[in-house]
Design a protein around this ligand. Structure first.
Ligand SMILES: Cc1ncc(COP(=O)(O)O)c(C=O)c1O
Length: 449
């Protein structure tokens, strides 16, 4: 266990962290020998291929023996070029072999870079007033200060509000608690149409891009937009010359049962941010894919992209990403995420029998459920009770790591649990997860009701 007086700062001050000792596949062991299932896929939806894949270590080791770092302002490296080609080969829709990719380090940098590319593109084209990035409430695009301004995750952004530039936001695509109090499909997807209002109010000459997660991760515990949503978003973006950025930091590379989360809709974004599954946590790598003609505008004007970080495109990271993508392809993990994910969601529906579970949702191996204090009114538990944390503790005691989230109701209340085990997870392992979820639920209801 970690000690309260140690000098390294951990994420929480009120939690005694067990020390992790080793991990293999979907399992982890602490130094006391206790085994845990990686039910959240790291923090969260990271560990796509599971722990202990020897060929990833081996490829990184072989590269490190040659060189592990190089001056990126002076040299390129073959692995960077190879990864760019590999991503172009698997990119979704009209981006397939028609895109170029900028490599960076974290998901927050990928979304930041996606917005910078959008801005720089418009400036070079002479549309210098285009700078607003419209986002959505109950969305998370990163922990840096800029991302806080485009994100709508109240708990993670509020204290920094005086420090960032707040950007326009539209309501989330969240049918369970529809912001317009309508029902799909009679709603006519007002949540998507709200983008047109936001663009007009800001003035389209000022709007550079719209950013959204195809399946909302930690802010709504794996909530997918309804069918037709992104088709309307795409049309509005086209009509008003606004770029569409898909934040696929959680959803890319098979997590939702398709190679790209946005492939559940019949549209192609202009720009995609990805990270997490890209290296499954074996190294810190993220990327920004944009249509080739967006980069070409910069290239033809010799307007170098100005968002570089020191550790961008690290060669070891590039090797880890190439090997991870190859592993996903060679082991049909996208298909596994779809088939086993469907089974997971079906099993998760049994949680609806509990008095405190109001909704289950998800796509592929990215699912979640929402707690409610009252089934008829959908009233949430008081936020100060932090009941998603209570559930996390109960499941953790039983050896299952879940991801507790809050803020589905006006950003301040509404508890959820997100689950996103590695894409290698089998049906039998889902059964194991379900058994712990049920046993935790029984004790949870004894405690909270
Ligand atoms: C959708 C989304 N975008 C961006 C980020 C930021 O990624 P990172 O934590 O790697 O900076 C996250 C992190 O969870 C995320 O879920």
């Amino acid at each position: 266990m970690s000690k309260p007086n140690e000098t390294a700062i951990q994420r929480r001050f009120d939690w005694q962290y067990p020390i992790i000792d080793r991990a293999d596949g979907i399992y982890m062991w602490d130094t006391e020998g206790k085994r845990y299932i990686d039910g959240s896929g790291g923090s969260a939806a990271v560990t796509s291929i599971g722990e202990g894949v020897q060929e990833v270590y081996e490829a990184m080791y072989q590269q490190a023996k040659k060189y592990s770092f190089y001056p990126a302002h002076a040299f390129s490296n073959p692995k960077l070029l190879e990864l760019g080609d590999l991503i172009a080969d698997i990119a979704p829709g009209k981006l397939r072999n028609n895109c170029k990719t900028w490599m960076t380090v974290t998901g927050s940098e990928a979304t930041d870079d996606a917005c910078r590319v959008a801005r720089q593109y418009w400036v070079v084209k002479g549309e210098t007033s285009k700078h607003i990035i419209i986002g959505r409430w109950q969305a998370f695009h990163g922990a840096n200060i800029f991302a806080s301004g485009i994100s709508g995750n109240t708990g993670r952004r509020r204290i920094y509000t005086p420090m960032f530039r707040d950007m326009a936001k539209i309501p989330p695509a969240y049918c369970y608690r529809c912001p317009f109090e309508k029902t799909y499909p009679e709603c006519d997807l007002l949540c998507a149409r709200a983008l047109e209002d936001a663009i007009c109010q800001a003035g389209s000459e000022n709007v550079a891009a719209f950013i959204a997660e195809p399946v909302v991760g930690s802010s709504l515990a794996s909530y997918p937009a309804p069918p037709g949503y992104f088709e309307i978003i795409r049309e509005i973006c086209n009509d008003y010359d606004v770029l569409f950025i898909a934040d696929e930091v959680m959803t890319a590379l098979g997590r939702t049962g398709r190679m790209w989360g946005i492939e559940h809709w019949n549209v192609t974004p202009d720009i995609i941010a990805l990270s997490k599954s890209l290296t499954s946590g074996y190294f810190a790598v993220a990327a920004v894919i944009a249509r080739a003609d967006i980069w070409n505008v910069l290239q033809e004007a010799n307007a170098h992209y100005v968002g570089g970080h020191t550790l961008n495109a690290s060669v070891i990271g590039m090797v880890a990403a190439i090997r991870t993508i190859r592993y996903i392809q060679e082991h049909n993990l996208v298909e596994n995420a779809r088939v086993v994910g469907d089974y997971f969601l079906q099993q998760l529906e049994t949680l609806l029998d509990y008095r405190t579970v109001g909704d289950v949702r998800g796509r592929g191996m990215m699912v979640g459920f929402e707690f409610i204090a009252n089934k008829e009114t959908k009233e949430p538990f008081p936020p100060e009770r932090a009941i998603s944390r209570t559930f996390f503790d109960l499941a953790f005691d039983r050896g299952l790591v879940t991801y507790p989230c809050a803020g589905t109701v006006r950003g301040v209340a509404g508890d959820t649990i997100m689950l996103a085990p590695p894409m290698i997870t089998s049906r039998e392992q889902i059964d194991e997860i379900m058994s712990i979820l049920h046993s935790s639920m029984r004790e949870f209801e004894e405690q909270v009701l």
